[in-house]
Each structure stands twice: as C-alpha cells, then as structure tokens.
Ligand binder design. Structure first.
Ligand SMILES: Nc1ncnc2c1ncn2[C@@H]1O[C@H](COP(=O)(O)OP(=O)(O)OP(=O)(O)O)[C@@H](O)[C@H]1O
Ligand SMILES: [Mg+2]
Length: 582
C-alpha cells in the first residue's frame, strides 16, 4: 500500500494533530484490551495441567478470571470506540469547515466549473466515507497489531522456534497488499467521477423539473441517468474485484503458513514431550492469531479507499484557485477606510477587453466609458451584446484580459476584494434569494434594522406580502424562493440593494418582471433612495432609461454610441431606430 507523505500529513493534521491526547487514550485502552487476548490461552495451561487433578485450583478462580478478562476487554474496547468516534467526528467537522471556507473564497472561474452536486458529494459524502473508513481501519490496524504482538510474545515465551516460523508469513501478506491496493485506488477515483456525473443529472432534473415535464424530456433524461448509473455499477464491481481479492489472498497465505506451523508444532511438541497444557495453550494462541491477521489483511482496503476519498478533499483545499484576498501594498493609506456608504462611486473603463474561457472571439472589445459620482447611467443594446459581462467585471466576478477599470480613481485590482464589493449593490438578472426569512435576505451580513427594512418594504409595495404570509419574520422564502412570485423576488432583491446603501447601485434588468404601474412606483421609490449615488441600469425598456444622465449603446461587446436621450435621438440612427421600435 503506497501512501504519499503529503496525504499522510494532511490526514494527520485533521485526524491526529489536535487529538493527540485522545489518540493516546484510545491506544492505551486498546493496548489493555489487546493484552487480555493471550490471557485466555495462558489460562488454559494451568486449567489443563492442574485443573482436572483433585482440587488443585479453587473452583471459583477459573470462572472469575474468565469474567474479569472479558469485562476488561469489553470496557476498554468500548472506551477506545468512543474516543475514536470523537476523533473522526471532530476531524470531519474541521475538514468540512475548511472546505466550505475554501469554496467561499474560490475564484469565480473555478466555482463556475463545479456543479453543486459535485460539491455536495465532496464536502458531505466523501469526507464522511473517507474519514470513517480510514480512521476505523487505522484503529483496527492498531488493535490487530497489538493483539498480534501480545500473542506472539506469548508464543515466543512458549516456543520461540515455532514462533519465528510464523513470522515468515508477513512479507507475503505485504506484497499481495501492495499489488491489489494500487488497482483499487484507481477504480475508486474513477467511481468518484462517475458518482459526480450521476449526481449532476439529478441536480439538473431538480432545477428543470417543469421544463422537463412540459417538453416531455423524461425519456431522454432517464436514458442519460441509466447510462451513467450503469457505468458506476461497472466501476463499483471493478473496485470490488480488487478490494475483495485482498482478504482471501492474504488469508490463503496465512492459512498455508499456519498449516505448516501447526504440523511442525505437533511434531515438535511430541518430540519434546511438553505437557498437554503447553500444547493446547500454544495451539490456541496460534489459532487466535488468525483473527488479528485476518483483520490486518482487511485494513488495506478501507485505508486505500479512505485515503483516495480524503485526497479529493486535500486537492480541493490545496489546489483550488482562490480570489485575491490580500490587500495590495500599493493602495494608498487614505483609501483604507472606504466604507460602503462613503461617497464617490465613480466608474471608469479604459479599453477593457474580455473573452470568456473557451470562446473564440472576445465578448468585450476595448470598452471605454466614464460614469461620474452620483450620475445615473444606462446600458442598452441587444441581447448577448455584453451588458451583463461589463457589469460583472466591476465587482471582479470575472477578470478582464486587457485595459483598466478604476473605481474612484483607483485601479480595482488595488482594492481588497471585499472593500471593492462593499462599494457595490447589485440586482442581477438572475435573482437568487436564500432560503431564509425576508429580513435575512434583505440584510444579509448586516445587522437587521427592522424599522428601516419595513420602510423600504412599504415603499416597494411589499408590505402586503409580508402582512399576508411572512408576518413572523422567521418564515423562510423556500428553496430557490419558490414561495413568492417573480416580481416579488425582484423587489426583495431591490430592497436588499437599497438596504446596503453603497455608493454604486447596479440594476441589471431589475424591474423586468414588474407590471408598468409597479415599475413606475418602484422607480420613484428608487430615486428617493438613490440621491448622490451612482446608478447603472441595464434595461430593454428604453422608455424607463430616457431621463438618465448618460446612455451607452452596446453592440457586439463595444460601446457604439453614448450620450443623453436627446443627443442620441439626433446623433444615433441606431438608437433612434431602437427607441421607435420599443
Ligand atoms: N459564462 C459564460 N461563458 C461563455 N460565454 C458567455 C458566458 N456568459 C455570457 N457569455 C456570452 O457572452 C456574450 C455576452 O453575454 P452577456 O450576458 O453579457 O449579454 P447581455 O448583453 O447581458 O445580454 P442580455 O440582454 O440577454 O442579458 C453572449 O454572447 C453570451 O453567450
Ligand atoms: Mg444580461
């Protein structure tokens, strides 16, 4: 069995380093419990040699010793089990915490490549299976080794020549283990990938349940599921071939060696004419060796599986690319305490270009514009022209390939990433609310000021909803906020953005699900909150952005025209055409 040093160190840091004392107690308890093993054959010797002669042993001594031996073994075995469970659960807890916090810092590029089902498998299932199998097997390894050692000591004491013969078994066991475990390791990795793919099909079907039913795609989905499930089935069988072969192969080796030893033992003890007690005690101890040997032969399988699973966690923690979190040393000191509600909010793009990974052509081509502090600007343009992409560059959800982006005169890369994001409130095109209460959704990480939230809710005409369904502030909005309407969802997202009170407010189609009347009410409410703030709106309804300070017309990832509504109506035939059509 080949275990890399780095894997061992990783496992050690979660499942041993902080629990040294518990491990010591577990090992101590296991040692005591293992010491009781050779006591049984040791008890047989006086029993057979003297017990059946007339009253040479007190009658009570034998049953009392047996009960005491089993009581001690049971008690300390129990304590070891409790200690071990403590180690496993605590280690899993810390490992999951670290994995989850890596996810919170994961670069958007890496995050977009992991489906949630894979992430669930990784953080919830793999950690559970890996840790339980590994630590359980290590425990079994310790227990079996100790038992073996004590039994061997007893045997050495009884007959050292025979005992040395028994030791010949070990190299064969080791060799076969090594061969089989590398095969097992590979099939476990493949199975893991297949499990993730299978889970993804389920995830997708949960998300698109209505679309799949309506467009009758169940058959296709079932086929997809069947193919992947079958593959998993095959891989599981392959892993079992290697895993299950470990035990019989090593047991066979042990049995062959033991047969030789037993034959020798019988011949030897006959020649040396030891007592019956000696003979029975030796044979019993020798046969008792089979159990720890078998257990030792079985630990390679779960250890390999456990390590393979925990290696996934290790790779996730150690090799994921994270968002830049450290503040660059270049940032001038006086910008240090830029709080979310501080003034400014100036946005400047200079020749910014961007290509999505895997795309041939750039999505944005040398985009340049300036939005001054407190201005209201709008981006318009046909679907797919690059409006959302421009917006996503500002909070660094994606990173530009070329050009410069400045917020308040400072290059965005020079901000601590959270400091930059604190300047921005965003209502995105695809609104996601948490399965939490209305209040939690609006306040997010900030303290809940109920009066302020209620005031915002009233202005956004959401008080009705709150009165009717969410009077108790603890009621959740449901998975994917399925318990409220699309328009309500948009308004809660707006309330969230308003509550944050940051200098830049970005609205990407933020009122697209609202009827014209509500849209107008919301617009008025927004203008009362947005005084002095920079607002960037994206809208397909051109009438809603005609009174903004600046309109940028985007086409094929470039700003093709810009100006006020009146300027564009006279200078830009394209804008005029779009406006007249609208
Ligand atoms: N994650 C992505 N990976 C690859 N290509 C993408 C990705 N997101 C968007 N695109 C592509 O980039 C282009 C611009 O997309 P973007 O979302 O910025 O358009 P948009 O102007 O906001 O459109 P809409 O008005 O429909 O929201 C589109 O051609 C789109 O297919
Ligand atoms: Mg968009």
């Amino acid at each position: 069995m080949k275990i890399k040093l780095s894997s061992a160190r990783f496992v050690y840091s979660y499942f041993a380093k902080k629990d040294f004392n518990v491990w010591l107690l577990v090992i101590l308890a296991t040692t005591i419990s293992a010491i009781t093993e050779p006591l049984i054959p040791a008890l047989l010797k006086p029993l057979l040699d003297n017990g059946f002669k007339n009253n040479e042993i007190d009658l009570w001594k034998i049953p009392a010793s047996i009960i005491l031996i089993f009581f001690t073994r049971g008690l300390f075995g129990y304590l070891a089990q409790i200690g071990l469970t403590r180690i496993v659960t605590k280690g899993m807890h810390h490992l999951r915490l670290d994995m989850f916090s890596v996810y919170q810092k994961l670069s958007f590029k890496d995050a977009s490549e992991i489906p949630s089902s894979t992430l669930i498998n990784k953080i919830v299932l793999d950690v559970q299976n890996g840790a339980t199998q590994l630590v359980g097997a290590v425990m079994s390894l310790i227990r079996s080794s100790l038992t073996l050692v004590f039994l061997l000591c007893f045997l050495l004491f009884m007959n050292w020549k025979l005992t040395l013969l028994i030791l010949c078994i070990f190299p064969f066991v080791g060799y076969s283990m090594k061969k089989l475990s590398s095969q097992l390791h590979k099939s476990i990795k493949d199975s893991q990938k297949a499990t993730d793919e299978l889970s993804y099909v389920i995830e997708e079907n949960v998300l698109a349940i209505k679309e799949i039913r309506l467009y009758e795609a169940q058959k296709l989905q079932n086929q997809k599921f069947e193919v992947l499930s079958k593959r998993l089935d095959k891989l599981a069988l392959k892993a079992t071939f290697a895993g299950a072969a470990m035990t019989p192969v090593t047991q066979l080796l042990a049995a062959i060696s033991l047969s030789i030893v037993i034959t020798y033992a019988i011949v030897d003890s006959a020649a040396n004419s030891g007592t019956v007690g000696d003979f029975v005690a030796f044979i019993t101890a020798m046969l008792m060796i089979i159990t720890p040997l078998r257990q030792l032969s079985e630990v390679a399988n779960p250890i390999t599986r456990g390590i393979a699973l925990l290696n996934e966690s290790k790779a996730f923690i150690e090799t994921s690319s994270l968002e830049p979190s450290k503040k660059s040393p270049n940032i001038p000191h006086h910008h240090d305490n830029l709080r979310p509600n501080s003034s400014n909010g100036e946005i400047l793009f200079e020749n910014v270009s961007f290509t999505y990974p895997g795309n041939q052509n750039p999505t944005l081509n040398f985009v340049s514009f300036e939005i001054k502090s407190g201005e209201h600007a709008a981006f318009i343009g046909s679907s797919g022209s690059g409006k959302t992409t421009i917006i996503n560059l500002i909070p660094r959800f994606i990173e530009r390939d070329q050009g410069h982006i400045y917020i308040d005169g400072i290059l965005i890369d020079e901000y601590d990433i959270q400091q930059l994001r604190n300047k921005i409130s965003l209502v995105s095109q695809n609104i996601i609310l948490l399965n939490a209460s209305v209040y939690d959704n609006i306040c997010m990480s900030e303290e809940i000021d109920k009066d302020r939230v209620d005031q915002i809710l009233t202005q956004l005409k959401l008080d009705d909803l709150i009165e009717k369904n969410y009077k108790r502030s603890s009621i959740n909005l449901g998975h994917n906020s399925s318990l409220i309407s699309g328009g309500q969802r948009q308004r809660i997202a707006l309330a969230r953005a308003i509550y944050r009170d940051s200098p830049i407010l970005i609205l990407d189609e933020a009122t697209s699900s609202l009827d014209p009347e509500t849209d107008e009410i919301i617009r008025l409410a927004l203008s009362s909150y947005s005084h002095g703030k920079t607002i960037v709106s994206i809208s397909h309804k051109l009438t809603t952005v005609m009174d903004v300070n600046k309109i940028f017309l985007i086409e094929n990832g470039a700003v093709v025209d810009s100006g006020t509504h009146h300027e564009l109506m006279t200078n830009s035939p394209r804008y005029k055409y779009m406006f007249d059509k609208n």
